[in-house]
Design a protein around this ligand. Sequence first.
Ligand code: CDP
Length: 236
Amino acid sequence: MSRKFIRNDGRKPEELRRPYKIKLGVVPRANGSALVQSGKTIVMAAVYGPKKVIPKHLEDQEKAILRCRYNMITFSVKDRKKPGPDKRSAEISKLIENALSNVVMLEEYPRTAIDIYLEVIQADAGTRVAALTAASLALADAGIAMKDLIPSTAAGRVNGHIVLDLNKEEEDVEDAIDLPFAYIPSTKEVVLLQMDGIADIEEIEEIIEMAKKGCDKIYEMQIKAIKEKYGSYLEE
Ligand code: CDP
């Protein structure tokens, strides 16, 4: 991989977008919340619960039910997005729900629901990975028992170069590969892996390695954000 390659926004191949920002507690009335910004992509997560399950027949006697709703606001993209649910949003909601169910200790909260609302305020590619990163932070902010946080980012190939955290312009390049990825740092379990494009196995391995390094950087920022807000409690 050429280290001299400079991207359309001035980044080196292995750099996350600038700014990459994490903020906790952005929605005062929610039990937990977080905002993640990666360049021009901005996502907010708000967690409500554990709370009573409505409708009651969805209740699980053994554990909490986790419900995610990913939504892009109408003016989050350049061309106005038709409001309301669609197939893509339903798929992304499910992916995030599945990833999170690997870390949330649902059995600690039987007969309850934990609702996670993920609102894409502005989209410039990588919204599902920003949403997942924000979701695990919002759950931690809500004080919900978890085995670990989940950092998530994408890596891929643009004009023959392996790069981290693609923006929309990069994602739209012909032959580009985009691989959204997430893993649990403490166990190394991969909880999200998708791919757009065609690549050989060596290339895919290289892209995954790049995504993992990106996740490690994001994980450090996630821990820092939690320590900044709850540091005094953690030391007790
Ligand atoms: O956002 P993410 O990369 O997780 O998902 P995608 O389906 O690969 O979409 C890539 C990007 O396309 C989004 O982040 C938006 O910038 C854009 N998009 C759009 O403009 N209109 C849509 N209805 C869906 C996506």
